[in-house]
Design a protein around this ligand. Structure first.
Ligand code: NAD
Ligand code: MG
Length: 348
């Protein structure tokens, strides 16, 4: 078992990583008069029913959402809150988020606003949620106008990462998580980037030892960044490498063509190119980034979209300042920096 601790003063919490950890869930729930298990249909079929058996002594209610991003809206939140009020949930109740980032973001947001905040625990079941969304306390939902535009910073009581559940994850979803994994190496730790490159096949084949190591390292990096800057005033922005172009691509395709991680992989590729063109990094390091992104075999061809249209969709980003677009670009091995560019200055 790997253990980590996110140090955020009174909002601190542990992260545990192991195969089969879900069987141990009862020990991770604190005292609670009632628990609400929030999951989606796919995950419920695979693990939800199973999990309830291990919570026999608890009073549990369950809400099963339709899988996918389309559920991540205020109507879903309202539905959950109605059920919680009708079900007599109190400040002593707890929410368990069992699923990917969609379930985690919705469940966390509900926990943060129900009676001004009740405890919740994260049991992330996708690689993306295990290395990224379950750690750091961003919760929220989408509005028709923009993604993740309504939400809160709200930390879980604990995060339980069971790597065994990744075995049922579709390959495309696994790859989506790999996008964020590679990102951590580029933004924070060059040795880790080399490790990912060397162990790429083992990670994709879900070799337990490599997976545990990778997930732990990603959580460590995210924990370190979040501990220093919980509410994205500065340092935390580096987590957005690949995301300016990535979000632009997701928006321009109405979130239908790419998974988030795929868009981030493509975004990282073009943002590395930008860094090279702008002289921030040398050709040799650019090639290293390109090689590792190409290991995923993702298509990097985005020729169907004009640069102008893409840039237009980037101008709505929350991180922008005035009429400048915020990019996080590689600046040396294992380091990135923020560069603000006007629409006309964007080139790759
Ligand atoms: P997701 O939650 O939609 O899950 C992807 C698919 O995998 C779903 O169909 C789900 O049912 C299925 N699934 C989940 N676990 C499974 C398993 N073990 N076996 C088989 N199928 C399984 O997507 P995601 O990629 O986990 O998360 C994406 C969301 O996370 C986005 O909404 C994004 O905005 C959010 N996010 C949030 C943060 C944050 O800091 N809060 C960070 C990154 C991403
Ligand atoms: Mg992301």
């Amino acid at each position: 078992m790997e253990k980590l601790y996110i140090d955020l003063g009174e909002n601190s919490y542990p992260i545990a990583i192991n195969g089969g950890l879900r069987y141990d869930i009862d020990n991770y729930l604190g005292e609670a008069d009632k628990c609400l298990l929030i999951t989606d249909e796919n995950v419920d079929g695979l693990y939800g029913k199973d999990l309830q058996q291990f919570l026999k002594e608890r009073t549990i209610e369950k809400i099963v959402l339709s899988p996918g991003e389309a559920s991540k809206n205020l109507a879903t939140v309202e539905g959950i809150l109605h059920k919680m009020i009708e079900g007599g949930f109190t400040r002593k109740s707890q929410i368990i988020a069992l699923g990917g980032g969609v379930v985690g973001d919705i469940a966390g947001f509900c926990a943060s606003i129900y009676m001004r905040g009740i405890p919740f625990i994260q049991v992330p079941t996708t690689l993306l949620s295990q290395v990224d969304s379950s750690v750091g306390g961003k919760t929220g939902v989408n509005m028709p106008q923009a993604k993740n535009i309504v939400g809160s910073f709200y930390q879980p009581k604990s995060v339980m990462i069971d790597i065994e559940v990744l075995r049922t994850l579709p390959k495309r979803e696994l790859l989506s998580g790999i996008g964020e994994v590679i990102k951590y190496g580029i933004i924070y730790d060059y040795d880790f980037l080399c490790y990912i490159s060397d162990e790429f096949a083992q990670i994709m084949n879900l070799k337990e030892e490599s997976l545990k190591k990778v997930i732990k390292k990603c959580c460590e990096i995210k924990a370190e960044i979040v501990s220093k800057d919980e509410k994205e005033k500065g340092l935390r922005k580096i987590l957005n490498y690949g995301h300016t172009i990535g979000h632009g691509l997701e928006a321009i395709t109405q979130y239908k063509k790419y998974t988030h991680g795929e868009a981030v992989l493509i975004g990282m590729y073009y943002e590395a190119k930008m860094a090279k063109v702008m002289g921030l990094i040398k050709e040799e390091y650019y090639k290293e980034i390109e090689n590792i992104i190409k290991k995923t075999e993702i298509s990097l061809d985005i020729g169907e979209f004009s640069l102008q249209d893409l840039v237009k969709s980037m101008t709505k980003d929350k991180k922008n300042q005035g009429d400048k677009i915020s990019f996080i670009l590689p600046s040396s091995k294992g380091e990135v920096k923020e560069v603000l560019l006007s629409k006309e200055e964007v080139v790759w």
